[in-house]
Design a protein around this ligand. Structure first.
Ligand SMILES: *Cc1c(COP(=O)(O)O)cnc(C)c1O
Length: 385
């Protein structure tokens, strides 16, 4: 296992901590950008997945733009040196201050999610003497067949503009002197494992394109968002998402018009598998018909299992026992939801063993918090260690 060469370094560090294998990130980015180039697609990294500066810097160097969901993310992208022309900004609740930040930064595009938002962007742009480029984030009413908490493209979800609102939206835009409509945007959810969902998305996008085409509206920019899944069951055996199949599917199904560029917003699929949360076992505690492995990492360090019921591979990386045992792996925080895994099979585990929670690079460190006044976990990187 790839951890073996780091074990001695790990043993000296205070736990819990995040460990980022930058070689994995580098290989992921090479693979992803290879297919982008093959098809002539563009991508904006969804910063909310992981805004660690070392990671952002590598992603920036690989040539991707930034996909932001807050004014502070826009500002961070600008500060990190992302070209404003590669920054997009989505979100159902953009505040006036956040909109001004993005206008001031002359970002490439606002992904707009409602009529009142378009009006406010127009007013603020007018006050600042700017023209805002916008795409419409459309809600295609597709069930992404993923975890209900990370599904965003059904008509009952809060995201995007529905088909029936489009005529009004066009009237509003026509009356807005400081808005330029440049494209359509979609993001239907995260951790989407079934390629048929992306085929369905392409069908819907083709339908929307016909609707706009009938009205002689030419859009140069079609953005299909993020959502590619990673393998949480076997992250070490299968560290890369099926980028080739994904882009092939899009290229086959999407009817791209002349002069149009297709954009993407990958988050999870770029950064999940390079990150590990490394923790020490504090206690093995007997329970009724089970035993608990109590870690020094908690839900405040990584909230995905508690928040979404997410399941991550958990490995004891120091035990040399041949005997396999079953544990509920839990944290120290005073919440029953503070649980990383139920009935996890690991080699016989003792106090002091190191445990790796895998696929922790996306929506891990960036969601950490100080609940229970706990310290924030530090981050370490290979090849530095
Ligand atoms: C979260 C998000 C993404 C990234 O989603 P992943 O599933 O991590 O690829 C892309 N676009 C928008 C608008 C998002 O909110």
């Amino acid at each position: 296992m790839q951890f073996l060469r780091y074990i001695n370094a790990f043993k000296r560090l205070e736990t819990p901590f995040y460990f980022y294998d930058l070689d994995i990130l580098d290989q992921t980015l090479r693979l992803y950008t290879k297919f982008l180039r093959k098809y002539g697609f563009k991508a904006h990294y969804a910063m909310k997945a992981n805004a660690n500066p070392r990671i952002l810097e590598m992603i920036h160097r690989s040539g991707l733009g930034a996909d932001c969901v807050s004014g502070n993310e826009v500002q961070l992208a600008l500060d990190m040196g992302f070209d404003p022309d590669t920054i997009v900004y989505a979100g159902v609740g953009k505040s006036d201050r956040e909109i001004r930040t993005a206008l001031q930064g002359d970002i490439f595009c606002f992904n707009c999610e409602s009529v009142p938002e378009i009006r406010v962007i127009n007013d603020l742009a007018s006050q600042m003497g700017k023209t805002a480029r916008i795409s419409l984030r459309l809600n295609p009413n597709i069930d992404a067949q993923t975890n209900k908490h990370i599904t965003t493209g059904r008509s009952k979800d809060k995201f995007g503009i529905s088909q029936w609102m489009l005529s009004e939206v066009l009237e509003v835009i026509a009356a807005c002197g400081n808005i330029k409509l440049i494209g359509l945007h979609f993001h239907i959810g995260s951790q989407i494992t079934d390629m048929k969902v992306f085929e369905k998305l392409c069908d819907k996008v083709n339908g929307f394109q016909r609707w706009f085409g009938q009205r002689d509206i030419c859009l140069e920019h079609i953005n299909l968002g993020g959502g590619i899944a990673v393998d949480y069951q076997d992250p070490l055996g299968n560290p890369f998402s099926p980028f080739e199949t994904y882009f092939q599917t899009i290229d086959d199904k999407l009817e791209i018009r002349k002069g149009q560029k297709v954009h993407f917003e990958p988050g999870r699929a770029l950064v999940a598998q390079c990150g590990f949360l490394i923790s020490r076992v504090l206690y093995i505690k007997a329970g009724k018909g089970k035993q608990f492995a109590i870690l020094d990492a908690g839900m405040n360090d990584m909230i995905r299992p508690a928040l979404y019921g997410a399941s991550h591979a958990i490995c004891n990386i120091t035990s040399v026992s041949e005997k396999q045992e079953v544990y509920d792996v839990v944290g120290p925080v005073c919440e029953s939801a503070d649980r990383f895994g139920v009935a996890v099979t690991m080699p016989e585990t003792d106090r002091g063993d190191l445990v790796a929670i895998c696929s922790a690079g996306a929506y891990g460190q960036v969601m950490s918090m100080r609940y229970n006044q706990r310290d924030l976990a530090q981050a370490y990187y290979s090849p530095d260690l």
